[in-house]
Design a protein around this ligand. Structure first.
Ligand code: ADP
Ligand code: MG
Length: 343
């Protein structure tokens, strides 16, 4: 019994046919870039807003439409996590323009020369630098190199920068910042109703049959997280639970959400622990049933001595938080033994 029609629809890289509730932004981006198709200078842009709210999806959507309907604009998408220096970015652009790089590599001047030569053969070019904070952090001159390309060729060149952080350009050198000339587009997180539409579209494409209530449950979770990706992840995990069922059901989703909130609770508790308690948990990860005396000795060897009474206080605290279990046994004639293990 297969509930999943198409698993790839749930992957974060999948670009859907439509992006509900981003129509305005898509139109705005397209309008700003369109002049490039008519030999006019496009408007450079800076798209910003939290993670998982469709920034990358929108630019890829616009690029896909341009490539589909016009041969007058060439689009190049670069994520600067992968290309975080000026030479890496220039290299990527040159390759995208169809030039096979010589193995010895080119110096930066040679690269710019080559690029100018290639650009002249093209019509309009749009370059997107996604997660641009990485590039700004490592090599902000890369922006300068790109902004200067316009001076060498008549071909319209548009730049789109994307980041989760609004202040990414604040500390740029003045000469770079002043030549940026960007229109800012803010992406806000989705409301519950918007999220319901988005999740519902994905669910329709991904599953053959879905119980009422699933969409609301997932959308609610994703809205709280302010992240569509989080919702897609819940769907992917729930789908695995639903493998032998004929429907993706509310109970599958609830089961996954329960585990997630359990993990979150655990993380919160652990973040409140002191270093000694964290060290104790670290030791227990590799032990099955260790006596409290052994544990204390092990601790002293690994992390430095603490007295038995103090040690017991920490153990008690961990037990109160339900992170460890303490069992007693009377087998030993010398008295009680305490066995400790992680819960
Ligand atoms: P960002 O770049 O803002 O971090 P993404 O564009 O990568 O976020 O979006 C995260 C995931 O959510 C992607 O799988 C994307 O397809 C999906 N997504 C975001 N917004 C929408 C939308 N309006 N409609 C459909 N899917 C969306
Ligand atoms: Mg992104």
């Amino acid at each position: 019994m297969v509930v999943i029609k198409n698993e790839k629809v749930l992957s974060p890289e999948y670009l859907p046919e439509i992006l509900p509730h981003r129509e305005t932004q898509i139109q705005q981006i397209a309008d700003n870039l369109k002049p490039a198709a008519f030999n006019r200078t496009p408007q450079n842009m800076f798209i910003y807003g939290g993670p998982g709210i469709g920034k990358t999806a929108c630019i890829k959507y616009v690029f896909r439409e341009f490539e589909k309907f016009s041969d007058k604009i060439k689009t190049i998408y670069i994520n600067t996590w992968d290309y975080n220096t000026s030479t890496a970015v220039l290299n990527k652009i040159i390759i995208s323009l169809g030039y096979p790089m010589p193995r010895r590599g080119l110096s930066k001047d040679e690269m710019i020369e080559k690029l100018v030569e290639l650009l002249k053969k093209n019509k309009g070019i749009i370059i997107c630098l996604d997660e641009v904070d990485q590039l700004v952090r490592k090599d902000q001159k890369a922006l300068y190199d790109l902004l200067r390309l316009n001076q060498y060729v008549d071909v319209p060149i548009g730049l789109v920068f994307i980041s989760n952080y609004h202040d990414v350009f604040v500390n740029l050198e003045e000469r770079i910042r002043s030549s940026l000339d960007i229109e800012e587009i803010e992406f806000k997180s989705y409301s519950l109703n918007e999220m319901k539409d988005i999740i519902s579209e994905r669910v329709k494409d991904a599953f053959s049959s879905v119980e009422n209530g699933v969409v609301l449950l997932v959308a609610n979770y994703a809205t709280n997280k302010k992240d569509v990706r989080a919702g897609l992840e819940v769907l992917r995990k729930s789908a695995r639970l639903a493998e032998d069922d004929e429907k993706l059901r509310v109970k599958h989703v609830k089961e996954i959400l329960k585990n997630i909130s359990g993990n979150i609770k655990e993380k919160i508790i652990k973040s409140k622990l002191g270093i000694i308690e964290k060290n104790i948990l670290e030791i227990l990860k590799n032990e099955k049933d260790i006596t409290s005396t052994q544990l204390n000795e092990k601790y002293n060897n690994l992390f430095g001595k603490i007295s038995q009474p103090t040690f017991r206080k920490y153990i008690k605290h961990l037990e109160d938080l339900k992170l460890i279990q303490i069992k007693t046994s009377r087998e030993n004639t010398r008295g009680n033994k305490f066995f400790i293990r992680l819960v």
